[in-house]
Design a protein around this ligand. Structure first.
Ligand code: ATP
Length: 514
């Protein structure tokens, strides 16, 4: 099935099964804003808990905060967002559609990569075991041609971004003959900068209201609380501050479902360190964060690092952790070495001394920062895309199953009485009463057992427990495992242990620590 179709199916599955709804749907929706439904919110909460625990339980020197969305507007001047939080946009004059110039070019580079990958795959098939990929890439004329085209475009692109050269960005689009996907034409406007921050008015005084911004990232709430946390928590460098919260960006091109939203949620951690130690900590956090992703079991090959072509003026290293979404490898998390830029800027703009006295070195300095910044919604999408399976069963029927990591599944077990009578519903109720303190359980008595299994598969429930007439005699039930569909007869007293063994978040956390 084409990846585009898979993506469409995932989007409609999310809606049909109560994971994600378009916002304000009865009013025809609101662009790039989404609501999480009854199962979506559970999965999202589990993702957040997994991240929070991985930060604050596994590192004694990482603590959390929860800062306000509204902040003093001077913060956004200090951080550079008022002047420089821009995306380069370009319009197609025929379709009147607006695009991010950098994204058009990135998509073009990705298409060249795809063409190369196709050549390699074809040759691998043709040559079988004897295939030497490196040699093929170094000698095949067509692949070399693609590579040269890519390298040249990429070098120009990186330079244009670094120089903020908007004319050159446009020229790359023209030279590469990139067409508008809607109109198919190359009738482009100039490239312009567009600030992504939403603003609103706060209060009302005789002098008028104050213009405030909806935060475009949670990180600044951490920086401006650096002294509060360091002092009240008696934190010693190195230490980190973690936060989960909403962020808002007026994205120019909002598409790809919850991948690019105008209101989204971030999980950010700023790790404060001695100047000069940033490369060592940068590498450590890169690896730690990659382990966090891979521990979910969606497939190690679906992740890769992508180093930035353009470093923000304050950063001295930056990488993205990308996941293979149905629409290609895309950024899910950024790991950035931000130097002392933010704290210094806030020192300058606030007039407060923001430094740390290091008792071991017996001197004060402005700490450096390694940041890990991840979008909850993009992790959500990576988990759903990586778990979505359509299977044909031995009996010819098909099923859609979300093979979610059990610890993150919205519902951990469903208890299903075989029939709606003979005391079976009451027995099922007793089982739920025993297990509900530890696991989110669901009761379902409607339709055939097969249909009920399918419904649980579709929301990713790892266990179904069936109560039958024998249960009343032998106190045993049938437990059915989501991924293998195997069934086992087990004693009710054992259920807690069996389920806890798989769905406990400890399992994931232990994989990170190795
Ligand atoms: P992109 O290049 O895709 O716009 P970014 O580099 O601007 O992303 P960062 O500013 O590094 O993103 O933000 C950190 C994380 O926040 C991203 O890795 C992503 O997971 C998440 N994020 C950023 N923008 C959005 C958005 N519009 N919708 C959903 N998540 C987002």
């Amino acid at each position: 099935m084409a990846q585009e179709d898979v993506f469409k199916k995932i989007v409609s599955h999310c809606k049909e099964y109560g994971f994600v709804f378009p916002s304000s749907e009865i009013y025809d929706g609101l662009g790039a804003v989404y609501d999480y439904g009854q199962y979506g919110v559970e999965l999202k909460n589990n993702i957040k808990k997994y991240w929070w625990d991985s930060m604050t339980l596994l590192h004694e020197n990482v603590v959390g905060i929860d800062s306000a969305i509204f902040m003093h507007p001077a913060i956004w001047k200090a951080s550079g967002h008022v002047d420089a939080f821009n995306d380069p946009l370009i319009d197609n004059k025929d379709s009147k559609k607006r695009y991010r110039a950098d994204v058009l070019i990135e998509d073009y580079l990705a298409r060249i990569d795809e063409k190369t990958a196709k050549e390699v795959a074809k040759a691998a098939k043709r040559f079988g075991d004897a295939f030497d990929e490196t040699q093929f890439r170094n000698t095949n004329p067509r692949v070399l041609e693609y590579q040269q085209e890519r390298d040249e475009a990429h070098a120009r692109f990186a330079k244009a971004l670094n120089d903020s050269n908007l004319e050159e960005l446009r020229q790359i689009i023209v030279d590469a003959e990139i067409v508008c996907p809607i109109s198919g034409s190359r009738n482009w406007t100039e490239v312009r900068q567009f600030n992504l921050m939403f603003s609103t008015d706060m209060g009302s005084t005789s002098e008028g209201a104050m213009k405030v911004y909806l935060r475009p990232e949670t990180a600044q709430g951490i920086f401006v609380n650096f002294l509060n946390v360091q002092k009240t928590g008696r934190m010693k460098i190195p230490f980190g501050i973690a936060q989960i919260g909403k962020a808002f960006r007026n994205e120019i091109v909002a598409r790809q479902f919850i991948f690019r939203m105008r209101e989204f949620e971030q999980m950010e951690m700023q790790f404060f360190i001695r100047p000069g130690e940033e490369m060592e900590w940068f590498d450590r956090w890169k690896e730690t964060r990659m382990r966090w992703h891979k521990s979910m079991g969606l497939g190690d090959g679906k992740y890769r690092f992508h180093d930035h072509d353009k470093l923000a003026h304050y950063a001295n290293a930056a990488t993205d952790i990308e996941f293979e979404m149905p629409f290609g490898f895309k950024e899910v998390e950024g790991v950035h070495s931000r130097t002392d830029f933010d704290l210094s800027q806030h020192e300058k703009y606030s007039g407060r001394k923001i430094q740390y006295f290091d008792p071991e070195l017996n001197k004060s300095y402005t700490p450096y920062v390694i940041e890990t910044s991840i979008g909850v919604d993009r992790v959500f999408l990576s988990i759903i895309s990586g778990s979505y399976c359509e299977e044909t069963l031995d009996n010819g029927e098909s099923r859609v199953v979300l093979k979610l990591p059990p610890a993150l599944a919205p519902v951990k077990l469903a208890v299903l009485p075989l029939v709606k009578k003979d005391g079976l519903p009451e027995k099922a109720g007793e089982i739920i009463d025993r297990l509900r303190f530890d696991f989110r359980c669901q009761y379902d008595e409607k339709d055939s057992i097969g249909k009920r299994y399918r419904r649980q598969d579709a929301i990713g429930t790892p266990y179904c427990i069936t109560v039958d007439h024998d249960t009343l005699e032998d106190n045993c039930v049938t437990i059915r495992f989501r991924d293998t569909m195997k069934q086992e007869r087990v004693c009710i007293d054992k259920l807690n242990e069996i389920i806890a063994g798989k769905v406990n978040m400890k399992n994931l956390l232990k994989k990170i620590t190795g």
